[in-house]
Ligand binder design. Structure first.
Ligand SMILES: [Zn+2]
Length: 321
């Protein structure tokens, strides 16, 4: 089950999404060796990335990055508009040093250094045009006291609150085999099929949120989206109408390639690469998202820089070389 279900309510200005990911999540995990507390945070952010990506009218890649000076140095989840995704984590400590139940605050907000960055990179972006990017700190002020956020759902909620016009609620759960999530978004009170007066609209939004709040982690992790929708909104569906669309599929997919690794070698420069060749006999690297190994021996490296020279020849000569 790797499905995302979108639904709309006829009696409330609400658009919702329910996601359930299993084999696509296992495909991420089997390529990695993260400690349990890190897997849990990564899983929640994978769920969030699919929910946010599906909520946007946008063709491109949504990238969630969490960065800190804590044990999790960088966490990246990428989800394309076709709901193909990949994810990685970079730790600054040995995995054995991370406690099994370490919190998001402990792992991602050491010294209030945690940041959440969400980038929308449209597929038709012109070269040189920057992608849209929003950043929030992973802390909240409570009566003058700064507290780190406690979960990925809270971090995403904070982000939405600070950057988005639409009110959004999100629930996330993950374990070693499954990810589940629910997103509720308040749509404009009128327009589309919904025409409600402001009091009915406000009441409807509260009613749907109250129903959403009854969702449990157990349900999110074990039930199909259609079942969750039926259970949670049975009465709403009977009395006011709730309609869902055909479920969308989520899959794991990595976009790494030998050509992209060759580009990285060109950026390192021929001198650096020759140094690695002299020391190790070949340049070996592993994709940080899918763990696919890449090996460039001396002949491959020669080829890499031959191509560079050819493309350089078409450019005006730069000074200093
Ligand atoms: Zn890869």
């Amino acid at each position: 089950m790797n499905e995302l279900l979108v639904f709309v309510c006829d009696g409330a200005p609400v658009r919702g999404e329910i996601v359930s990911i299993s084999t696509a999540w296992q495909a991420v995990l089997e390529r990695r060796d993260d400690p349990p507390a890190v897997r849990h945070i990564l899983g929640d952010f994978v769920g969030a990335a699919t929910l946010l990506s599906a909520s946007l009218k946008f063709d491109g890649t949504l990238i969630i990055q969490a960065q800190s000076k804590g044990p999790i140095q960088l966490l990246v989840v990428e989800c394309k508009s076709d709901l193909s995704m990949r994810a990685t984590v970079k730790l600054s400590v040995d995995p054995s040093e991370i406690a099994p139940h370490a919190s998001l605050g402990e792992l991602l907000d050491a010294g209030n250094s945690g940041r959440l960055v969400i980038t929308l990179d449209p597929s038709d972006r012109e070269p040189g045009q920057p992608p849209y990017q929003g950043i929030v700190a992973l802390q909240e002020q409570h009566g003058g006291v700064i507290k780190p956020v406690s979960s990925a759902a809270e971090a995403i909620g904070l982000y939405m609150q600070k950057s988005e016009q639409l009110e959004t609620r999100i629930w996330l759960a993950s374990n070693d085999t499954h990810i589940g999530g629910l997103l509720l978004q308040r749509m404009p009170d009128s327009g589309g099929h919904v025409h409600l007066d402001s009091q009915n609209a406000a009441e409807g939004w509260i009613r749907i949120q109250t129903l959403g709040e009854t969702i449990t982690n157990e349900e999110l992790l074990t039930l199909a989206p259609e079942t969750i929708l039926r259970r949670l909104f049975l009465e709403e569906s009977t009395e006011n109408g709730v309609r869902s669309f055909p479920p969308r599929q989520i899959r794991f997919s990595c976009r790494c390639s030998r050509n992209k690794v060759a580009d990285v070698l060109r950026m390192l420069g021929e001198e650096e690469v020759q140094g690695i060749l002299a020391e190790q006999g070949a340049v070996e690297t592993v994709c940080e998202f899918c763990a696919k190994p890449y090996r460039f021996d001396a002949v491959d490296c020669l080829q890499v820089f031959k191509t560079d020279l050819l493309s350089d020849a078409t450019r005006p000569p730069s000074s200093g070389h």
